[in-house]
Structure formats: structure tokens, C-alpha cells
Design a protein around this ligand. Structure first.
Ligand SMILES: [Zn+2]
Length: 241
């Protein structure tokens, strides 16, 4: 079967994946302010197990336990301009190929989590949720990425998780998570394209987090993708505890 640029099988991009992710009920909404309705997820066959794996993280390791409800928009089912897909109308986007998922809200047994409501009220928890996405998906675009992502987090079918020092998607998460979860005060303003954000001060902060809380000795997120994953895991656990 032919494969398209997103890596999914072109004839299988809209396969029905059921109405849940790892047994958590899935709701689809066309507005980030609405609770949504039960919906069948249409996405690539290889994307769904990765979403399952992301949800399974919460069950096995987190303080919140497994989510009880997931609200999303922007999967293959949605070809209308919506959320971060709005600039891709008429073109072939990750969403149209069934390789992207826009997370709008999560309910847990003890608390609710919604992008619009949480950021500003609970930055620590917001960045903790975003950390769970960065741990599993290379291209996770959160609240700070740009104005199109202020009300959701985009999770892309891209699996080879590793830190890139000039990636704004990763560095806006890194700087804001250091600030909001671990009490640092780095400048989070976006610099020029290709700017290297991994200053000595940022590196020292990341290494301190990893040695103090992450169980990593001699950390180096530039050299070792597993150390970047460990940072994301640590930020997730501390952000959502
Ligand atoms: Zn998206």
C-alpha cells in the first residue's frame, strides 16, 4: 500500500478506532468550551496504539490515576478548519492524514483538566499534562507554542522522542515547565528562528531536576534521548501530583 508523508498507510488513514483510548471514553467537540459528545476516533492504525500507550502512563505511574474522560478535536474525522488545523484548510495536514490529535480536556476522579480553564489557574498542572505528551510524542505543541494552541495541545504521530536545542516546540515547554513546576524564572519569550535555548543556566537547571528528582546520574539531554524522556516523565509526575 502507498504511504503518505505522515508515515501512515494512505488507504487506512481514516480507519475506525472505536470510541475510547485505552478504555477511557472519548468525546469529540468542535469548540474547546463545549463538553463534546461520544465519537468514533478515525485515525491511522499505527497512531491509535501510541495514544493508548500515552493514556496507560497515567494508570501505572501518576498521582491522578487514569483519566475518566478524554475530550478532543482535530482528528481525521475533522476536515473543517478547526483549532491548529485552521491554517491547513485545503492542504494535506497531519490531521487530515489521521496522524494528529488535539487534546482539549481530561477528567480524573479527583479533578478536571481543561486547557482553557487551567492555564492561569493551575500552571503547574497544565505543564504537567503537557509533559506527558512530550514524553510520548516528538511533536507536541502546547499552550505556549503559538496563539493557535492556546486552548489545546496538539499531539502528532511522531515517535522518535529526542530533545532538539533549537526546537521552539520543545524549548517553550522546557522553559515553562522549569518555571511553573520547578520554580525557576527563565525568560520564555521566543527568540529568532533556530535560536539555541539550551544555555548553561538552563542545562544546569535540567540537570538539577534530573539528579534530584529524576533518578538520572550524569544527565545529558542533548546526547541521550532517554534523558529527555526522563525529564518529561519527571515534569509530568511533579506537575500533576
Ligand atoms: Zn492539532
Amino acid at each position: 500500500m502507498p504511504r503518505v508523508s505522515c508515515g501512515c498507510i494512505s488507504s487506512g488513514w481514516n480507519d475506525s478506532q472505536g470510541q475510547s483510548i485505552s478504555d477511557v471514553p472519548l468525546y469529540y467537540t468542535t469548540s474547546s468550551y463545549q463538553p463534546g459528545s461520544r465519537s468514533t476516533l478515525l485515525c491511522c492504525d499505527d497512531f491509535k496504539p501510541r495514544l493508548d500507550n500515552w493514556v496507560d502512563l497515567w494508570y501505572s505511574n501518576s498521582y491522578t490515576g487514569k483519566p475518566t474522560k478524554i475530550v478532543y478535536y482535530g482528528a481525521a474525522v475533522d476536515k473543517t478548519p478547526q483549532g491548529c488545523n485552521q491554517n491547513n484548510s485545503g492542504s494535506t495536514s497531519r490531521h487530515e492524514n489521521g496522524g494528529a490529535f488535539d487534546l482539549v480536556g481530561l477528567d480524573f476522579s479527583s479533578r478536571s483538566y481543561w486547557w482553557n480553564d487551567n492555564y492561569g489557574n493551575d500552571k503547574q498542572f497544565t505543564m504537567g499534562v503537557e509533559a506527558s505528551c512530550h514524553r510520548k510524542f516528538k511533536y507536541s505543541l502546547g499552550h505556549h507554542y503559538n496563539s493557535a494552541h492556546h486552548d489545546h495541545i496538539h499531539m502528532d504521530d511522531s515517535y522518535d522522542v529526542a530533545y532538539g536545542s533549537t526546537s521552539w516546540a520543545m524549548n517553550n515547554f522546557l522553559l515553562n515547565s522549569l518555571n511553573d513546576i520547578f520554580g525557576y524564572s527563565f525568560n520564555t519569550a521566543k527568540q529568532s528562528s533556530g535560536h539555541n535555548y539550551y544555555s548553561t543556566a538552563v542545562r544546569n537547571a535540567v540537570n538539577s531536576v534530573l539528579t534530584s528528582y529524576g533518578g538520572v546520574s550524569n544527565p545529558n539531554i542533548l546526547a541521550y534521548p532517554l534523558h529527555w524522556e526522563a525529564y518529561c516523565r519527571t515534569a509530568w509526575l511533579h506537575g500533576t501530583d
